[in-house]
Design a protein around this ligand. Structure first.
Ligand code: ATP
Length: 260
């Protein structure tokens, strides 16, 4: 299978899928992590959420996916709508059934299960029949051939890149319309990162899966996204077309340290 990255088209923003408006998120009732963030993701868009360490990217994703509560974080203001419906406060497993899945930072896989067992665990919420399940796992192997080669290997013994692919592949088995993907490039070799981003773009173009991608690596994200938001201290400092942002020469100096 060849992975050919097509130049990112400027997709007209149809903001009908995810609509986050004016959220404020506080940890433990005291630490203000997100002060005021509004953003949208249209059906079939790739949207990058950029910003330096601690800017609030992960917290925004957790506020959307319902995982904030698990970290004792509360969304105190604003709303989150998915497909026009208010989803704030909805448990993550219910959101997964409705088409939002969150791939957490740090490649969370079950290390003592094989690659294939990890993938099978991704489908448990929908409980498809065995034949259908195996067909869906084969689809994932078509997207990530490296996972097929390692299907019988314990996930904990695979490389960092393979674990990231596994975390994404398992999330895809929930058949999402929107994937919230936190720092997929973290700690991986550039060649593997390129491979993962090219698969993300193909999943988006060929299957219409939308992505909200939190990344510190701005150059990489802007090269693959349709639009982007830059967070600074829990607020949106800049937003717009990804290609136009990549062309600015002041992003690096102003917001992103050495990431660009
Ligand atoms: P990184 O790339 O380092 O993950 P980020 O942009 O994703 O950064 P967040 O992880 O959302 O940023 O953190 C935003 C702020 O919230 C930071 O000040 C951080 O210290 C704080 N924070 C994050 N998680 C917690 C937590 N579990 N408890 C308390 N404060 C937290």
């Amino acid at each position: 299978m060849t992975f050919q990255h097509e130049p990112t088209a400027s997709v007209p923003a149809d903001h009908g899928l995810l609509d986050v408006s004016g959220i404020e998120v506080v940890y433990g009732g005291a630490i203000l992590a997100v002060a005021d963030v509004s953003l949208t993701v249209g059906p079939g868009e790739i949207v990058a959420l950029l910003g330096a360490n601690g800017a609030g990217k992960s917290t925004v994703l957790k506020a959307i996916s319902g995982l904030a509560a698990a970290d004792r974080a509360t969304v105190r203001r604003g709303h989150v709508r998915f497909g026009g419906e208010d989803i704030l406060g909805t448990a993550a497993n219910h959101l997964t059934k409705r088409g939002i899945v969150h791939v957490l930072e740090g490649r969370h896989v079950f290390p003592h299960l094989t690659v294939e067992e990890n993938l099978l665990s991704g489908a448990f919420l929908r409980k498809p029949g065995r034949r259908e399940l195996l067909r869906q796992v084969d689809d994932i192997y078509a997207w990530f051939p490296r996972l097929k080669d390692k299907r019988r290997t314990l996930a904990g013994l695979t490389s960092g890149g393979e674990q990231q692919m596994l975390a994404i592949g398992r999330a895809l088995l929930t058949q999402p319309r929107l994937v919230l993907l936190d720092e997929p490039s973290m700690g991986l070799a550039p060649r593997i990162v390129q491979e993962i981003f090219q698969i993300i773009v193909r999943l988006n173009r060929e299957n219409g899966v939308a992505f909200l991608l939190a990344e510190q690596n701005a150059a990489l994200s802007l090269a693959h996204a349709d639009r982007a938001y830059i967070l600074e201290s829990g607020r949106v400092a800049l937003s717009g077309d990804a290609a136009a942002m990549a062309a600015r020469d002041d992003l690096h100096r102003i917001y992103l340290g050495d990431a660009l």
